[in-house]
Design a protein. Structure first.
Length: 174
């Protein structure tokens, strides 16, 4: 067999190699998250609806969506949650001051402060809520449960001028 035929027969290994190479070059945490998503993505079926996802670097809603998507993925594997990745995401996206306040909130409430819950949502939606003084506010709607037993939680996420999350609350700052 030649190399070309092996590459075509093992696309998972090829994607994993490409992801590892991208990380080795130092493209950062966002590249790691994207690479992991592409390696672990399920195969498309003929009945699947293709939904595009797009974003712009520096755009508040994209930044918050990237954070919540990666954070929920890291926390969501009940048999083997990636605690190190969740911690790294928090360090990367949250301001140091807010991270301290969040840790205090978590000790007091016995829940994950980013999700404001003890479990992981089944779905999430991120929408822009506009400028809030010198910051920007984004609404994150988390859906917990499934079927007839769903519960939605709306969070207001504030990004400071340099695109770091400086607050997550249940009320708008606007």
């Amino acid at each position: 067999m030649n190399r070309k035929s092996l590459a075509h027969r093992r696309p998972g290994r090829r994607a994993a190699f490409a992801a590892g190479l991208a990380l080795a070059v130092g493209l950062g945490l966002s590249a790691q998250t994207s690479a992991q998503a592409s390696v672990h993505a399920p195969a498309k079926t003929s009945t699947a609806t293709v939904r595009p996802v797009s974003g712009t670097p520096g755009q508040a809603v994209t930044r918050v969506a990237d954070f919540y998507g990666a954070y929920i993925d890291a926390k969501g594997d009940y048999t083997d949650p990636d605690v190190a990745l969740a911690r790294a995401l928090r360090n990367h996206y949250l301001t140091p001051d807010f991270a301290k306040r969040l840790a205090t909130w978590e000790k007091k409430n016995g829940a994950d402060g980013v999700l404001r819950a003890q479990n992981v949502p089944a779905q999430w939606r991120v929408t822009d809520n506009g400028a809030a003084g010198h910051s920007h506010e984004v609404i994150v709607t988390l859906t917990f449960g499934s079927g007839e037993t769903t519960r939605k939680t709306k969070l207001f996420v504030v990004l400071e001028r340099y695109n770091h999350i400086s607050d997550i609350g249940t009320r708008s700052t606007r």
